[in-house]
Design a protein around this ligand. Sequence first.
Ligand code: SF4
Length: 345
Amino acid sequence: MSAASPGIESATSVSIGDGAEESVVGGKRVLLAKPRGYCAGVDRAVITVEKALEIHGPPVYVRKEIVHNRHVVDTLRERGVIFVDETSEVPEGGLVVFSAHGVSPAVRAEAEDRNLRTIDATCPLVTKVHKEVNRFARDDYDIMLIGHAGHEEVEGTSGEAPEHVQLVDTEEDVDKVAIRDPSKVVWLSQTTLSVDETMERVDQLRERFPEISDPPSDDICYATSNRQVAVKAMAAECDLVLVVGSANSSNSQRLVEVALQAGARDSHLVDFAHEVDESWLSGVETVGVTSGASVPDVLVMELLEWLADRGWIDVQEVTTANEKISFALPRELRSGSNAGHSRVR
Ligand code: SF4
């Protein structure tokens, strides 16, 4: 098989299960995106909960889903984690972990008022955006936060300076926002957006506010943009792109959109292999496979096995970047045994 698409650094063939023994059926092949799956922030958040369980024993409370993935949440629940929507549901003095998406100062204050013991698993790249909000609010800027209404990350980030932040989700929102001083307006963004869509929103904002300032550095994180680049590299060759990820995972949903925009004929989001509708495979030769930043690779391997059972045994990995990023554990958990990966993989 030839390399999947121009611009791809390297492509290797890998065999799944017993597939190496079989012959390729027709033109059936799988293009497997790399990078895909777990990012450094998700890995850190899951290890944080695992370590909290190890050190303190169950129950460990987690405010909201630690990361947006059903498999991860269900596995941790089985081990003794209790997921709550608000800290008010945690018994006085209980141990609560804040999720990778971050929390507002009001949530921290409420936890303190209730004497909760807290561990903060907010991804450092989300914390970076919180700091930017604080900095621009201190300088009395109007902050246009590009993001999805109702997403936990956006709630936490806006909550740093609600009187300065206005959410820009849709094109219509651009017309609705109001500013006080055209020379003191800045745009920031949620970390898990579509890069292209965000730039469209920025262009619209700039039309209204020509002096709008850019963020000091990219807010869309490396993991989100790397996964989008990998999907774009293979999408035009794919009849179907399957994205493993949960419906509430922003970056996973964006991968479906990016695949379609980049030329895939069809694309769907599935949590598990058994959710693939066999009718999607009708007339399909090339299937692209990727996964969101909160997805353990075991779920992708299960999907590859499911596809292999149906004749897609030729798997080519399409590599557009090699990620080597990792984050230190939260301060509350740092010890000599910080190394390694989470066990929910
Ligand atoms: S997707 Fe990006 S911001 Fe979110 S947890 Fe992963 S690295 Fe952090």
